[in-house]
Design a protein. Structure first.
Length: 308
């Protein structure tokens, strides 16, 4: 459903000056003189993205910022500032708000991000934190987009995947350092972050770029949490479809991929998992060289969703 809304918004409100990138990507890009400002916004809601009885206010604050920084990383942008809107449940006390801001400020201090203000309201509903994050593209760099993958490109992913519900979905570190390192040295054809599951988010890149992919299933980096959760579903299934890993998927030429994987600062962070191809859809190749079509679906906070 979310993707259908985004597609409708793209058609209804196309990018216009001063936007060079509008609705539909991980963030928007605003051209101001010779600089490109990257803007994204994301909200986390009690009962959807966290449980207030289970997760501390500090962890909730961390996640609220981190999901936005992940979007900036997916665009190859450097974070600058955030604006925070809080909708607090009736009965919230000052110490809880202080703990929330402790989680927020920890990430901001690490990245030297300014807290530029915001708004605070109270309601009878759940705790909701909405953050708008601003970043900047460093000189002579172009934003990474979901579109732009070319036939025969290599597909790389950072970190390991699956099982984030065991804790990573609250405590993950956005891949801002990695994105900055890649952007400073390499040309990226397309990129996104893994918020809704590897195959779902990769599927957005492929659909936007008009191509398909062949994945080497034995190369998919499976997290220890995914292996721990393997029961009715395999650990590979968790790695392919679980949401909120917030790792990066980057699509680059084979030459760029070889250089990235040989780079001493990147080689331990990235895994080549496949290659784009002309035929639509995502094909998975197993260790015995047999192949199967992979269903393109993902995790959407308790609901599975196929790409429209």
């Amino acid at each position: 459903m979310e993707r259908k809304i985004i597609d409708w918004l793209k058609q209804t409100f196309p990018a216009r000056y001063p936007l060079s990138v509008g609705i539909g990507d991980d963030a928007a890009v605003i051209d101001i003189d010779a600089r490109q400002i990257v803007v994204t916004t994301d909200a986390v809601v009690e009962g959807v993205h966290f449980e207030i009885a289970k997760h501390s206010w500090r962890r909730i604050g961390h996640k609220a910022v981190a999901v936005n920084l992940s979007d900036l990383a997916a665009m190859g942008a450097v974070p600058l500032a955030i604006v925070i809107t809080l909708v607090l449940p009736q009965g919230t006390v000052l110490n809880q708000v202080k703990e929330l801001y402790a989680g927020i400020s920890n990430l901001c201090q690490r990245w030297r991000i300014a807290i530029a203000g915001g708004d605070t309201n109270f309601s009878l509903g759940p705790l909701t934190i909405s953050i708008t994050a601003l970043g900047i593209l460093e000189p002579n760099r172009t934003p990474w987009l979901c579109r732009g993958a070319q036939i025969g490109d290599d597909i790389l992913v950072s970190g390991s995947l699956g099982g984030s519900i065991l804790g990573k979905h609250m405590d993950f570190e956005p891949r801002c350092d990695l994105a900055r390192e890649i952007a400073s040295k390499f040309q990226v054809h397309a990129a996104t972050d893994v918020s809704d599951g590897l195959l779902f988010n990769l599927g957005v890149i492929l659909r936007s770029s008009g191509c398909g992919a062949l994945l080497e299933l034995g190369e998919i980096p499976i997290s220890p949490a995914a292996r721990e959760m393997a029961d009715h579903r395999s650990s590979l299934d968790h790695a392919l479809y679980d949401g909120e890993d917030f790792e990066l998927v980057v699509v680059v030429s084979p030459e760029q991929a070889a250089r990235m994987l040989a780079d001493e600062h990147l080689s331990n962070s990235l895994t080549r998992i496949g290659r784009t191809r002309e035929q639509p859809g995502i094909l998975g190749r197993q260790a015995d060289r047999s192949e199967k079509i992979l269903e393109v679906r993902g995790y959407s906070h308790g609901q599975s969703g196929e790409l429209p």
